[in-house]
Ligand binder design. Structure first.
Ligand SMILES: [Zn+2]
Length: 246
């Protein structure tokens, strides 16, 4: 049995694992501080970014895909590193059929199913999208710029009538800073040629699955001297996160 999913009173305890925090990206702490191989010990499904803020990661069935700033998709190797990522061990969930929903409408459906905004939850949508609009950030080199500066250089991608999968999370707003508050969703097309961090979409038809978590396991980059020494201005961090993630 995986260490992250213990039986308690006959119920599987589910855990959302996170390496790094969103706030540490704000001043430009983009050094990869955990290998993808280590990350995958904590789950088979998730999202993240590579060292240097190199593109958008989407993790499905234990395989890590990167969508880079040129819009290219490839499988990431176990020895590559992440400054920030979320994973969980996915358990099959009831499939909620959804038709003709904008991204905003789908989020409302998910919140209605959740019945609370105070739990962490994984979101998965498999379906056909009449429109998908994503972005991927440009890789940065040392000395790293701030997150706000990198957001200006991102590339956007549009696709129509595309099949694929959305993977991501809903996080309670109270944990903003450590996480991206609200919905943080990534996309990968079924043919693995288009994806990225989702800006908006229209779902023609698909299935929504939601999994809530009992535990939130925040793992910090304890061996990274830059992380240990950097002073993070909380107010500035919240402003820059809002700008970069919306
Ligand atoms: Zn993202």
């Amino acid at each position: 049995m995986a260490a992250n999913n213990e039986f308690v009173g006959g119920k599987v305890m589910t855990t959302l694992y996170q390496h790094g925090t969103l706030a540490l990206l704000v001043p430009g702490l983009f050094t990869g501080t955990q290998t993808v191989g280590e990350l995958l010990k904590h789950g088979d499904t998730g999202i993240g970014t590579l060292e240097g803020l190199d593109g958008e990661l989407i993790i499905m069935d234990g395989i890590v895909y990167q969508v880079n700033a040129m819009g290219q998709v490839r499988v990431v190797n176990a020895d590559e590193t992440v400054p920030f990522a979320n994973v969980h061990k996915a358990h099959p969930q009831p499939k909620i059929a959804v038709e003709d929903a904008s991204s905003d409408a789908l989020k409302q459906i998910a919140l209605k199913e959740l019945k609370t905004e105070n739990l962490f939850a994984a979101i998965r949508v498999d379906g056909e999208f009449s429109q998908m609009h994503t972005r991927a950030v440009l890789p940065q080199t040392k000395p790293y710029p701030t997150l706000a500066a990198t957001a200006e250089g991102q590339h956007e991608f549009n696709a129509t009538n595309i099949k694929g999968t959305i993977i991501g999370y809903f996080s309670p707003v109270i944990y903003a800073g450590a996480v991206a508050a609200g919905f943080h969703l990534h996309f990968l097309s079924e043919d693995h040629v288009m994806g990225g961090h989702i800006l908006d979409f229209d779902l023609a038809k698909g299935n929504l699955q939601i999994e809530t978590f009992d535990n939130f396991n925040l793992h910090l980059p304890v061996h990274d001297p830059d992380f240990l020494e950097t002073k993070i201005n909380a107010k500035q961090a919240m402003r820059d996160i809002a700008k970069a993630e919306n």
